[in-house]
Design a protein around this ligand. Sequence first.
Ligand SMILES: Cc1ncc(COP(=O)(O)O)c(C=O)c1O
Length: 372
Amino acid sequence: MAEVKVPFYGHVRQYHNLKAEIDGAINRVLESGVYTLGAEGKKLEAELQEYTGMKHAITVNSGTDAIWFALLALGVGKGDEVITTSNTFWATAESVWLIGATPVFVDIDPKTRNIDLAKIEEKITPKTKAIIPVHLFGLPVDMKEIKRIADKHNLFIVEDAAQALGSRGDTFKIGEYSDALCTSFITAKNLGCFGDGGAVFTNRDDIVEKLMRFRNHGSIKRSVHSVGWNSRLDEIQAAVLSVKLKHLDEWSDLRAARAAEYTEQLKDTGIGLPYVNPGYKHVFHLYVIETQGRDDLQAYLLEKGIVALTNYPIAIHQQEGFPFGAGDPKPYLPHTEKHAASVLSLPVYPEITSEEVTYVCDCVKEWVALQK
Ligand SMILES: Cc1ncc(COP(=O)(O)O)c(C=O)c1O
């Protein structure tokens, strides 16, 4: 393998840029002697509420737990169906299986790569209890339309914003129309810690206590328990996330700026490029292109020292591990399958330089020329 010239992730660069502040925050926690559910977590929750404009933020140990707990707190459970997309990270569906419900997959809109809004209603049955729109790659789903459908059929909405913190729609904020908004703080995310983390946001007062219990062995008072799990965000991660949250908007703008450079330089190559709905803020967690010969392009780029990855080359319903009699055993999702076979994610992060983006684009163009 050639020496890596353009890595896929920028988090080590990000750490170096913020080293003094991050090291200081970690040291503060180490000296405090409080490592779980302390002042740092509370401070972060207040900052996250302010940032999102949501009434409550409850930190947990992962994005998966965030979705799982949100569904559980809303009373979705065994025998229920939950509408979502198969073009997502496995955990979206996993959280549905964890509560004993069945994910029902709607095909994607090939333009946005998000759930096809026009195909949701045909999948709704008397068992449907909730919709999980996934704001994939950092582009929000049209939540006005999701809200219209959910109200019409009396469904809960749990947003999977693991890849989309900081994004917004044309006339709506993510979280504004849903029962819960969930995110992940795993390292690679736009707001990432040094390990695992996540949060549930909600404007509903009635589910907050449940969420706080679920993350801490059912306890909100010392020695008093109901059924819950161990899913606390530790104080070190909370302190790191507080440092990073201040930079999130600036980082989203840098991601969007580098993404615009990719789009400009690749627009005449015939390769499928990301779409942004007019007026939306796409935060480009990933810059995903589509092409036939994807594996070959990925190998070509690697030879040039560029690491490109695939998100997601095997859709959920195509996975061998697709479990537990999960509803329709063979959903017909042609756009999702076509997308999975052709996706390639090019490196995009706040710390990538324009020169690196140009180098990647030049190599992609060389490969395109070789195909003729
Ligand atoms: C779309 C999506 N949903 C859910 C998750 C789950 O988050 P976590 O890995 O923190 O459990 C992730 C990320 O990993 C994700 O990308």
